[in-house]
Design a protein. Structure first.
Length: 152
C-alpha cells in the first residue's frame, strides 16, 4: 500500500540538492497552492504583495523599503534608522523580489528600482485576501500608513 499523501514535487519547490527545477520557475507554469502558500509564509514578500496590490501594481524599492522595514520592526517609517532601511532594501533587491520575479509574480527594473505586479501576481488576490483576514497584524492600518506616507 502506497503513501497517498506524498509530495511528488509538483509544487514548484527546489530539489533537495539546491539546484533549480526548470519548469517550476517558468512564469507560464501555474503555481500550486503549496508553492503560493510557501511564498506567502514569509512576512516581507507577503507585505510587499499587499502593498503592490493595494497601490495598483508598481512601486520602487526606495518606496517599499521604509514601509516593509517599519512593519518588520514594529515601528513607524519615521523612526527607522538608515541602516535598518538599507538592510531591508538590500534583502528586497537580492532575495525577495528576485524570488517573486522567478515565479512570474512581479517584474523588476533594476535601473529604476521599479517592482511591478504581473497578471500572475494579480491572480494571487484570493490568497492575499485569505492571508489578510488571518493576519495577526492590522494590514488595513499598515496600508493606510503606506498611502499617507506616499501622499506627503
Amino acid at each position: 500500500m502506497g503513501n497517498d499523501c506524498h509530495d511528488e514535487g509538483s509544487d514548484g519547490e527546489q530539489p533537495a540538492d539546491g539546484e533549480s527545477s526548470g519548469p517550476a520557475e517558468r512564469p507560464d507554469v501555474p503555481l500550486t497552492p503549496s508553492a503560493i502558500f510557501g511564498l506567502l509564509a514569509d512576512r516581507r514578500p507577503r507585505f510587499l504583495l499587499y502593498v503592490l496590490y493595494e497601490r495598483g501594481g508598481t512601486m520602487t524599492l526606495d518606496e517599499l523599503a521604509p514601509h516593509l522595514a517599519a512593519i518588520e520592526n514594529e515601528t513607524t517609517s519615521e523612526s527607522l534608522t538608515p541602516k535598518t532601511e538599507e538592510r531591508v532594501r538590500a534583502r528586497l533587491h537580492h532575495a525577495d523580489v528576485p524570488k517573486l520575479a522567478e515565479r512570474g509574480l512581479v517584474t523588476y527594473d533594476s535601473d529604476s528600482g521599479a517592482v511591478t505586479l504581473t497578471d500572475a501576481g494579480e491572480g494571487l488576490e484570493p490568497y492575499l485576501e485569505f492571508a489578510r483576514e488571518r493576519e495577526p497584524l492590522d494590514v488595513g492600518a499598515f496600508l493606510r500608513r503606506c498611502r499617507r506616507d506616499l501622499e506627503e
